[in-house]
Design a protein around this ligand. Structure first.
Ligand code: ADP
Ligand code: ZN
Ligand code: ZN
Length: 739
């Protein structure tokens, strides 16, 4: 008898061996879902390997009790990827493998709907039947006639014409008059959406060079196509490069994945792919219903769709002839999942590409330091688009020093920004106003006693929302009514400071009477429909001024936007994180990139209190390379990524002393494995020291060799007798240290 090594649906980070009874021998293979006796009950499990022997005595092994034959198998390449993720991101194998399947597929609760089609089986018999029964069996005869006139008519459409035709249809089939065929019927998120196929445009010279470069590499090393970094300024036509690569991959009979940040999954983006490839495209995003998600996944699994576009999790689309993975806006922090497994989809894409021998393209106008460093050291191949399509100019960027401007009058809107908006309004052009903070005010302070509104559970002040008259905590999500007088001393003199998008929207409405202003942030965009409604009113010009957070920074392409105003460029600089300058550079460049994408040139106005900051200065000049040189120098001298790898260990709990003691204990255990070049800091309070009443501490390791340390951490984390009052998790290549 063969032995199946399985992982049980529990977070144990262990595998178990079971015997495969003969009756299941033919259907149990790696990736299969099975049921096994476990303790006193039974559990669902995934087979990770089939072997001839076991490290346990054979007579002690139990048998697999059932096999879910209908459940799609995970491909061996994806299983390998899952195992790699478990090691690299320090999480239980079951958890990593779980992410490979969307939950509607994994749980098996949702089934593919079947559509039945009907044909006349025997025309002669059918005619005889009608001849004999025309009067007695009116409905049956009518159904036969309908099938005869419309071969392949579906059960659905018959049910629309006849009342409960099911029993009659079965009788016709049983009597060999009609024949029934059943096929999969997929729920279609694009039902009713008309797509106009467009021919590809002529490539620009720069685009052609890039495409040729990629193709010639693809042809010369099909076994090891590797990773390309496509650095192209905003509006340079990166998407057209992706489309050409996809065409080639499909022509080779292979499949492809396109990752975009969730926020960029607008109809505008997906339409560009569908207008080239139609139904070959499957779109996966968080707003799909479980049924739609299940069906889109099945369409891929059954080879009905060959391109999958989606956010993070689309990376695990179950293709078996994967030819390419494209990661657009590869620098986006949202590619990192902030819960276990804490993977970065961009980096896992490179790994999946490696395993599947698929080409990987990472694209961005502002590459991450990590990826650009990899390109500089030859690990990735670099290609560049330095100019906008049609020789459109990069927008003119102006810095306004708010230390001076605020004295001249406008504390939030400087005079030059107001004038510029006014000009756009009279010229019939559009403006985007960016501020990376939602709410009305971020501080509510009593002028009489100094009381400030703070979340009692978290170490952060409440954000005040004027329209809703509420206070919210952006860390724990708590929302309470806003007091109209000081809860501490009863005074009514409350001061609001720290402006957010709600205030900016109100100000715009007050300053530009008659203009139509809309706001786009996490507060107003609660549903996907909302988001699309605002974007389409903006596209058609119904909205003249769009105020928003980073939601408006990405991927949007509105040719009539000629002005982008950045209210306060300093916010992201103040975040205590070694990447704050990188983030600032990226944000400013991306937001600025929304201006001047049409025929008229664009203008960008940046208001800031730190006009000489290098990140701001380089963004003004659209000079990514100089920014990179400057920033990589800093990372080198302080030994930060990408010059080192970073591994964070987070500890959380209600008892601060116990957390620190546990942190010290873990460090003691790791000590023998930590090399002398590795820097260790902590345990120290994390950048957000308290959330939901729990204290947060962090240990940070910076170095190069972490494989053994990670293995050790895993064994500590999944140890049976650990103090369960302290939550611990590891985060490899952390993106947000405060999380
Ligand atoms: P990026 O992603 O680099 O910011 P896009 O791919 O959005 O740039 O391209 C910017 C605009 O230029 C889009 O409207 C796109 O349709 C158009 N475009 C791209 N390539 C070409 C081309 N070769 N000829 C004409 N228009 C193009
Ligand atoms: Zn007070
Ligand atoms: Zn809170």
């Amino acid at each position: 008898m063969k032995i199946a090594r399985v992982m049980v649906n529990l977070s144990l980070d262990r595998v178990f061996d079971y015997l495969i009874p003969d009756k299941f021998a033919a259907i149990v293979s790696p990736g299969a879902k099975v049921e096994v006796p476990f303790g006193r009950s039974s559990r669902k499990a995934f087979v990770v390997a089939v072997r001839d022997d076991s490290s346990y005595p054979l007579h002690k092994l139990k048998e697999i009790s059932d096999v879910f034959e209908e459940h799609p198998k995970i491909s061996s390449n994806l299983l390998r990827l899952g195992e790699w993720m478990a090691d690299y991101y320090c999480c239980a194998r079951e958890l990593a493998v779980k992410t490979l399947l969307p939950s509607p597929v994994r749980t098996g609760k949702i089934k593919t709907r079947k559509k039945k089609r009907y044909y006349i089986a025997d025309m002669k018999a059918a005619e005889d039947f009608i001849f004999k029964n025309e009067r007695k069996k009116k409905i049956q005869c009518a159904i036969i006639k309908r099938i005869a006139s419309e071969p392949g008519v579906s059960d659905e459409s018959l049910a629309n014409s006849f009342k409960n035709p099911r029993a009659l249809l079965s009788r016709l089939v049983a009597g060999a008059l009609a024949r029934e065929e059943s096929s999969d019927s997929y729920r279609d998120p694009f039902e009713g959406v008309q797509t106009i196929r467009k021919p590809p445009p002529e490539l620009t010279d720069e685009q052609r060079k890039v495409v040729e470069d990629i193709f010639s590499h693809l042809d010369s090393s099909p076994e090891n196509p590797g990773t390309f970094l496509l650095h192209g300024v905003t509006g340079s036509g990166k998407t057209e490069i992706y489309l050409r690569v996809l065409r080639k991959i499909l022509d080779q009979g292979r499949e492809a994945i396109v990752l975009v940040p969730e926020i960029a999954l607008t109809p505008q983006t997906t339409e560009r792919f569908r207008s080239r490839f139609g139904d070959e495209v499957s779109v996966l995003h968080s707003a799909l219903s479980d049924g739609e998600r299940h069906d889109e996944w099945m369409r891929i699994h059954k080879g009905k769709a060959r391109i999958a576009i989606g956010a993070r999790s689309a990376l695990f689309a179950p293709f078996r002839k994967l030819g390419a993975i494209i990661v657009d806006e590869e620098h986006e922090p949202s590619y990192k999942q902030e819960e276990s497994p804490r993977y970065n989809a961009r980096d896992v894409a490179v790994m999946r590409g490696h395993i599947e021998k698929a080409l990987v393209i990472l694209g961005s106008a502002t590459p991450s330091l990590e990826s650009y460093h990899n390109a500089m050291t030859g690990k990735y191949r670099l290609c560049e688009l330095t100019r906008r399509v049609d020789d459109r100019l990069m927008p003119q960027v102006r810095i306004l020093d708010m230390r001076i401007e605020s004295k001249a009058g406008g504390r939030l809107f400087s005079k030059p920004l107001m004038d510029a908006i006014g000009q756009r309004l009279s010229a019939g052009e559009q403006t985007m106003i960016f501020l990376n903070r939602k709410g009305f005010a971020t501080n509510m302070t009593c002028l009489a006693c100094g009381w400030t509104a703070e979340c009692g559970q978290c170490s952060v002040s409440y954000t005040y929302h004027k329209e809703r008259q509420s206070l919210s905590c952006h860390l724990c999500g708590d929302i309470i009514p806003a007091p109209s007088f000081c809860p501490s001393c009863g005074d009514r003199q409350i001061r609001f400071s720290g402006v957010g998008t709600e205030k900016i929207e109100m100000l715009c409405k007050a300053l530009f009477k008659g203009a139509s202003v809309a706001r786009m942030d996490a507060e107003t965009m609660t549903g996907r429909d909302n988001y699309e409604k605002v974007l389409s009113s903006f596209r058609t010009g119904k909205i003249q001024i769009l105020v928003g957070t980073q939601m408006i920074a990405k991927g949007l392409d509105f040719p009539n936007v000629t002005l982008v105003g950045i209210v306060c460029a300093d916010l992201s600089l103040r975040i205590p994180d070694f990447r704050s300058e990188e983030r600032t550079f990226q944000l400013l460049t991306q937001v600025a990139g929304r201006a001047g994408r049409g025929e008229r040139p664009g203008e960008v106005i940046i208001q800031t209190y730190s006009p000489s900051n290098p990140a701001i200065q380089f963004a003004v000049k659209h000079d990514f390379k100089s920014f990179y040189e400057y920033e990589i120098g800093l990372r080198k001298s302080f030994l930060y990524p990408p010059l080192t790898h970073m591994l964070a260990i987070h500890l959380r709990g209600e008892n601060e002393d116990a957390i620190v003691a546990e942190g010290d204990r873990i460090l003691q255990e790791l000590k023998p494995l930590i090399s002398s070049e590795t820097r260790v800091s902590g345990p120290t309070p994390s950048p957000t020291p308290k959330i939901k009443g729990k204290f947060r501490y962090i240990i940070i390791l910076r170095g190069s060799k972490f494989a053994e340390i990670k293995r050790k951490i895993k064994s500590l984390l999944y140890a049976q007798k650990r103090d369960k009052n302290i939550e611990i998790h590891a985060d490899a290549d952390p993106v947000n240290l405060g999380r």
